[in-house]
Design a protein around this ligand. Structure first.
Ligand SMILES: [Cu+2]
Length: 110
């Protein structure tokens, strides 16, 4: 195609049409878990494969969200910091805060 603008003009409706028809995979959904009062909120979350989860630390203490099975790990999040993880393994993934192991949550992936 010689005209790149025409190529874009043609491609955009094709992509939108593909999404509407379910031919193309829909964009992954984003979920948020807030860490506050030494608790994960929500502590139980169900997501689809490929979705992202953003953990936001709103505590004065540092925290992590670390899956026991290694499915994800935010690393240390100090106050106000966030980390986004993508979980692709199906099943229930229990996780804890490595710094405060009594903090617990579960991410279930379908
Ligand atoms: Cu913690």
């Amino acid at each position: 195609m010689r005209n790149p603008f025409l190529a874009v003009a043609l491609a955009v409706p094709l992509v939108i049409g593909g999404l509407a028809l379910g031919v193309l995979p829909a964009e992954a959904a984003g979920h948020t878990v807030t860490i506050q009062g030494h608790k994960f909120k929500p502590a139980k979350l169900t997501v689809a494969k490929g979705d992202t989860i953003t953990f936001i630390n709103q505590d004065s203490a540092p925290h992590t969200a670390t899956a026991n099975d290694g499915a994800f790990d935010t690393g240390r999040l100090s106050t106000g910091k966030r980390a986004t993880v993508t979980v692709s393994a199906a099943g229930a993934h229990a996780y804890i805060c490595k710094i405060h192991p009594s903090m617990k949550g579960t991410v279930t992936v379908h």
